[in-house]
Each structure stands twice: as C-alpha cells, then as structure tokens.
Design a binder for this molecule. Structure first.
Ligand SMILES: [Zn+2]
Ligand SMILES: [Zn+2]
Length: 112
C-alpha cells in the first residue's frame, strides 16, 4: 500500500477520522505523516485539500463530481453533503433524473 499523500513511499501509518456518516481513512508514509504533524493541521484537512485538488469531492469514498455526473450514483452518504450543489445542478440539467444514494457501482462487477 502506497502513501496516500505522496503516492511513492510505502504507507506505514493509518489515520482515521470519523466524519458525519463514515470514517475517512488515509495511509501515510512516515515522512508525510511527520510533515502533516509539523504543519499543525489534521491529516483529514490535508487530505481533503489534496483530494479536492485531484477533483475527488468526497473524502470518504473518493467519488468525484465526474463519477456522479456520469452515473448519478453517490458512493456514500457523505457524498451528498460534499456534492449537494453539483447534484442539484446535475439533476436540474437532466430532466426527470432521479438521484440515488447508495453503493457506487463502479468496479463492482465482481462475481458476474
Ligand atoms: Zn508519503
Ligand atoms: Zn462518498
């Protein structure tokens, strides 16, 4: 498992943050974790920023606005909180579109 922050080194530390409806879990190498500690911010804050930069709107499951627009599926309840504006805009843009909140289908074709 590689570090979620640098993506280069092996992650040896796990940081879990309880958010509204789930647990955001990130893995870090020792260097990145130390850097986060030094910055005085929480791992969750740092990762939210990193993920937002990558276009991953939901910090819990990593669903992106793009994922949502193509499938109208949220990966987890936290998605709704993070992408409410996007969801509303997308629903308005697509008439009669229904918004499902549930398990994301992406990559879930195992066993078929
Ligand atoms: Zn790292
Ligand atoms: Zn989510």
């Amino acid at each position: 498992m590689l570090c979620d922050l640098c993506g280069k080194k092996t992650a040896t530390l796990v940081d879990r943050t309880v958010v509204n409806n789930g647990i955001a879990e990130y893995r870090f190498c020792e260097d990145c974790y130390k850097a986060i500690m030094k910055s005085g911010r929480t791992a969750f804050d740092v990762m939210q920023e990193v993920l937002a930069r990558k276009g991953k709107e939901c910090p819990v499951c990593g669903t992106t606005a793009e994922d949502f627009r193509s499938s109208f599926m949220f990966g987890c309840p936290e998605c709704y909180r993070n992408m409410r504006d996007i969801a509303v805009a997308a629903a308005e843009a697509t008439q009669n579109a229904s918004v499902h909140i549930g398990k994301r289908r992406k990559g879930g074709r195992d066993g078929q």
